[in-house]
Design a protein around this ligand. Structure first.
Ligand SMILES: C[S@@+](CC[C@H](N)C(=O)[O-])C[C@H]1O[C@@H](n2cnc3c(N)ncnc32)[C@H](O)[C@@H]1O
Length: 213
C-alpha cells in the first residue's frame, strides 16, 4: 500500500478531500456502497491523512475508559489511540462490513473491538462509553439525529461526544459547525464547545458535547 503525501498539503483542489464528500465515483452514499475497490482507494488516498492525529490530540482520555469510534472506517484513529493509551477499551463501529474487514486487516490488533453496524443502531449497551468519537463521519449518515441519540444512549452520564470534521468536507457536503452544534444540542448534549486544529492546509473542526451527569 502506498502512503503518498501529496494530498495532505493541498496542492490543488483536485487533491483535496473530495472522496469524503461523496464525489468519488464509487461512493454513492449508504455505507453498503463501500465495495472492496473503494475501500482500497480510500486506504491509499487517506491512509496518512492528518485528521486522526488532530482529533486524538483534542481528546482527554483517562486510563480504564471506553472509547467508541462511530463510522471508524479503516480504524486509523483507533490504532493511533492504542499507541497512546494502553489500558483503554477501544471500539470501532462502521456501517460497512467491507470497511470493518479492512479495519481489522489494517490495524492487525486483537485488542481493538470492531462491529459492522449502523450508527443509528449501535450494538452496544446503554451507558458503556466514556467518549464517543465521530471523525469525518456524521455528514455521511442518512440519520444524523438518530446517530447522535445513539451516542447519547451509549455514553455514561458525564461522558463526552466528539465530532471532528475537515473544513473542506463542510464545503463539499453542505455542513457547518452550526449544523453539528444543532445536532448535538438537538439530542440534549450539554456544554457544546467548538475548537479547530490544523496541520498544514488541513483544518479539523472539533465540536464536543457532554451527557448530563
Ligand atoms: C469518510 S469515512 C471516515 C472514516 C474514518 N472515521 C476516518 O476518519 O478515516 C465515513 C465512514 O462512515 C461510514 N458510514 C457511512 N454511513 C454509515 C452509517 N449509517 N452507520 C455507520 N457508519 C457509516 C462509512 O462506511 C465510512 O467508513
Amino acid at each position: 500500500m502506498s502512503h503518498n503525501h501529496t494530498h495532505s498539503h493541498g496542492h490543488g483542489h483536485e487533491q483535496q478531500h473530495a472522496g469524503l464528500a461523496h464525489t468519488h465515483d464509487h461512493h454513492h452514499g449508504p455505507a453498503g456502497d463501500w465495495d472492496p475497490s473503494t475501500v482500497q482507494w480510500y486506504i491509499e488516498r487517506y491512509g496518512d491523512w492528518p485528521s486522526p492525529r488532530l482529533l486524538a490530540g483534542a481528546l482527554d482520555i483517562e486510563p480504564g475508559q471506553t472509547v467508541v469510534d462511530v463510522g471508524c472506517g479503516t480504524g486509523s484513529l483507533l490504532s493511533l489511540l492504542r499507541k497512546q493509551h494502553a489500558g483503554v477499551r477501544l471500539v470501532g463501529v462502521d456501517g460497512s462490513g467491507e470497511m470493518i474487514r479492512a479495519a481489522r486487516e489494517q490495524t492487525a490488533d486483537a485488542s481493538l473491538e470492531f462491529h459492522a453496524a449502523d450508527a443509528a443502531a449501535l450494538p452496544l449497551e446503554d451507558a458503556c462509553a466514556d467518549q464517543v468519537v465521530l471523525l469525518n463521519a456524521l455528514h455521511h449518515f442518512p440519520q444524523p439525529a438518530a446517530a447522535m441519540a445513539e451516542a447519547m444512549r451509549i455514553l455514561k452520564p458525564g461522558g463526552t461526544v466528539w465530532v471532528g470534521t475537515d473544513e473542506d468536507v463542510y464545503d463539499m457536503a453542505g455542513w457547518s459547525n452550526g449544523r453539528v452544534r444543532d445536532e448535538l444540542s438537538g439530542v440534549g448534549f450539554r456544554r457544546v464547545r467548538q475548537t479547530s486544529r490544523h496541520d498544514g492546509d488541513v483544518v479539523l473542526n472539533v465540536l464536543s458535547g457532554v451527557r448530563r451527569a
